[in-house]
Ligand binder design. Structure first.
Ligand SMILES: Nc1ncnc2c1ncn2[C@@H]1O[C@H](COP(=O)(O)OP(=O)(O)OP(=O)(O)O)[C@@H](O)[C@H]1O
Ligand SMILES: [Mg+2]
Length: 242
């Protein structure tokens, strides 16, 4: 079942068009990968979905409701969360307080519509032993876990993750992919993740969307997308990036 659909979405920054006439749907409970070269419009696309930006033309519909003009907090209130490439945390407080802040914000914007117990979030993000760790002392993978945990604490139905694997080593990538998988499996939350590491995307995603110059190129299963001649050409030999 389609949970979010974009229809003819265009995002214009002055004379520059970062997204052009994009149309596609996100299925409830799927892991959708989004890939494309630098500057293709991936982060812009995330923001148009999560409310960091409002599409210049076209529409964004979530659970049947037109949310095109909604700001980020309103969309969070409907169950749309986002994590960022550079972890955004409350660094002066502990891991537990970061999650609590997410939960309080979630209550603020959406009432008690959906409350994921913090205990479950700590378990899923494997932060159980780090509850009292000051966030400022956390390593990169832990900071990513905290950011995901805080997003989960808002009680989302869908999470948009911008380059969640950036900066992680091979072992950490395996670990974080497992966390993301568990979030989908245990909580049924839809995951949309932008990622340059196409091999990792192929492992985790049900489908992959490719965009280039802000335009739709292809949306299909990883096997089909990553073996497509046009997609390979767009990546100019980057097909085998780890
Ligand atoms: N606020 C803005 N004002 C003007 N131009 C912008 C703005 N945000 C993004 N752009 C431009 O839109 C294009 C797409 O940017 P975006 O950050 O969405 O790309 P991306 O696919 O996420 O790239 P990367 O892989 O480097 O993260 C780029 O050319 C960028 O310079
Ligand atoms: Mg980006």
């Amino acid at each position: 079942m389609t949970q979010m659909s974009l229809t003819n979405v265009t995002m214009q920054f002055g004379p520059f068009r970062a997204l052009t006439d994009l149309s596609f749907g996100i299925e409830r409970g799927e892991i959708l990968g989004v890939a494309g070269p630098n500057g293709a419009g991936k982060s812009t696309l995330m923001n148009v979905c999560t409310g960091g930006l409002q599409a210049t033309r076209g529409s964004v519909v979530f659970n049947g409701q037109d949310i095109t003009g909604f700001k980020r907090h309103s969309r969070c209130g409907l169950g749309i969360a986002q994590t960022f490439q550079i972890p955004t945390l409350l660094s002066s407080v502990t891991v537990g307080e970061n999650l609590l802040a997410g939960q309080i914000f979630g209550h603020e914007v959406r009432g008690a519509a959906m409350d994921i117990p913090l205990r479950d979030i700590l378990y899923l993000t494997q932060l159980e032993d780090q509850l009292t760790l000051p966030a400022s002392q956390a390593d990169l993978l832990t900071r990513k876990r905290i950011m995901l945990g805080a997003a989960l604490a808002t009680g989302p139905e869908i999470i948009f993750m911008d380059e969640p694997l950036g900066g992680l080593n091979a072992q950490e990538i395996v670990e974080f992919l497992q966390v993301i998988r568990h979030v989908r499996e245990e909580l049924g939350i839809t995951i949309v993740m932008v990622e340059h590491k196409t091999r990792a995307l192929a492992e985790i995603a049900d489908r992959i969307l490719i965009i280039n110059f802000g335009a739709f190129v292809m949306l299909d299963t990883p096997g089909v997308v990553l073996n497509d001649d046009h997609v390979v050409e767009i990546y100019l030999g980057k097909k085998h990036d780890a």
